[in-house]
Design a protein around this ligand. Structure first.
Ligand code: ACO
Length: 381
């Protein structure tokens, strides 16, 4: 073997600059285009944050009005996308449904191969507007319900909840959802964003990069963790079962979903804001019975026990999974919600990569068999 240093999983490797966001694990901060994400979550709509990620500045009132008017006008799905969703099996994972639907939007766009910034911005805005309808429709059809027309009188988060549940959302719920979308929007060179940048680096198109990113996000070590957190909660059942459940899970060397992070080792900068949103939801839904408080008790017990045993802290997926559960989303829909938010960060990175491109092509160290030859093979003279 050689003395080449292998950086397994690219851990600790800095591969490029980005002006989109800054993750600082030392100060436990996350900045989008310079703004702390907590400030954005407290003061902005998800639409304004999407604008910030793409254009580099927060919109003024006129810019936001034009941006949201376009978003509201573009929410409905084209017939072929609805038909494609209908063609996917009802038991297909919603991430596969979404991957298929986004791919079809791309295949139907005559400008798919126009990679000018203006064209890519238009595609990004279109995906932002249409993803909620795809996600909502897929949850509804799994429950035997038809697609609902979008409502132009509602903002992005309110309409997302309307299209999923067919009820005007309570403002408390819509605000918690808005916060989750902002927190999920962007996180530097995470696995799915890096996937999108790799695809873009070959001068492929934006839709292909987004479809690839959806595939990367699906895995439980990345975005699939918010779904996996809820499966763990279902397995554990209640707060008093946490101790014995953890004994077994750790003895089996299972990864506890929703904990740990490649970059943050002392806690995820986004968790306190999402936990506060979850607390608000628990308070809100407690009026309807004990199940919200039971969920919160399980959340606290698992966090306290796991952190005490391993010193590994929750990541964003830990509070967002239970929050989406309380809102009424089914567990399979959680990671598609992450897609709807992260499409903003992905596309900001796709445009950044395209503007200053270098093909991403790392090296590998070979550790297979030494050179050998086919018996009896005689090369042509
Ligand atoms: N449960 C149990 N042990 C863990 C966990 C966990 N969630 N996370 C890390 N560890 C342990 C590992 O087993 C390893 O122990 P060892 O040194 O004894 O072998 C050590 O901590 C280091 O872990 P790595 O997996 O090497 O750390 P890495 O930086 O590669 O992994 C990752 C980060 C993949 C997120 C990991 O923490 C994990 O699998 N977490 C669960 C999945 C999850 O929640 N993913 C969401 C990520 S955030 C997001 O996408 C929004």
């Amino acid at each position: 073997m050689t003395d080449i240093e292998i950086k397994k999983g690219l851990a600790g490797v800095t591969v490029d600059y980005t002006a989109v966001s800054k993750v600082n694990p030392e100060t436990n901060s996350l900045l989008y285009r310079g703004y702390p994400v907590q400030e954005l979550a407290a003061t902005q709509s998800f639409e304004a944050v999407a604008y910030l990620l793409w254009y580099g500045e927060l919109p003024d009132a006129d810019q936001l009005a034009a941006f949201t008017a376009e978003e509201r006008a573009n929410r409905a799905l084209d017939d072929n996308v609805r038909e494609a969703i209908d063609l996917t099996p009802l038991d297909a994972h919603p991430m596969d449904v979404l991957r298929t639907a986004v791919s079809l939007v791309g295949a139907s766009d005559p400008a798919a191969f126009d990679s000018s910034r203006e064209s890519d911005l238009a595609k990004s805005r279109r995906l932002l507007a249409k993803l909620p309808a795809m996600v909502a429709y897929d949850q509804r059809r799994r429950h035997g319900l038809g697609i609902l027309d979008p409502r132009e009188d509602l903002d992005y988060s309110q309409n997302f909840l309307w299209m999923t549940f067919g009820e005007e959302p309570d403002p408390v719920v819509a605000q918690a959802f808005n916060v989750s979308m902002i927190l999920y929007a962007e996180h530097s060179f995470n696995a799915s964003t890096f996937t999108a940048r790799v695809i873009t680096s070959t001068m492929s198109d934006l839709y292909s990069a987004v479809v690839g990113a959806i595939g990367a996000l699906k895995g439980p070590l990345h975005g699939g963790a918010n779904e996996a957190v809820m499966h763990i909660f279902d397995e554990i059942g209640s707060a008093q079962n946490v101790g014995p459940w953890l004994d077994t899970a750790l003895a089996e060397k299972r990864k506890i979903m929703g904990f740990g992070h490649r970059v943050y080792k002392h806690g995820d900068s986004r968790v306190p804001t999402m936990k506060a949103a979850l607390d608000t939801l628990v308070e809100h839904y407690s009026a309807q019975g004990d199940s919200a408080r039971d969920l919160a008790a399980l959340y606290d017990a698992l966090e306290a026990d796991f952190v005490a045993r391993k010193g590994i802290y929750p990541n964003l997926d830990y509070p967002s999974g239970p929050a989406y559960n309380l809102m009424g989303f089914d567990t399979l829909t959680f990671t598609p919600l992450f897609v709807a938010a992260r499409v903003t960060g992905w596309t900001a990175h796709i445009m950044e990569q395209a503007a200053s491109n270098a093909l991403i092509r790392p090296l590998s160290a070979y550790n297979g068999p030494d050179e050998r030859h086919i018996d009896g093979y005689v090369p042509d003279a």
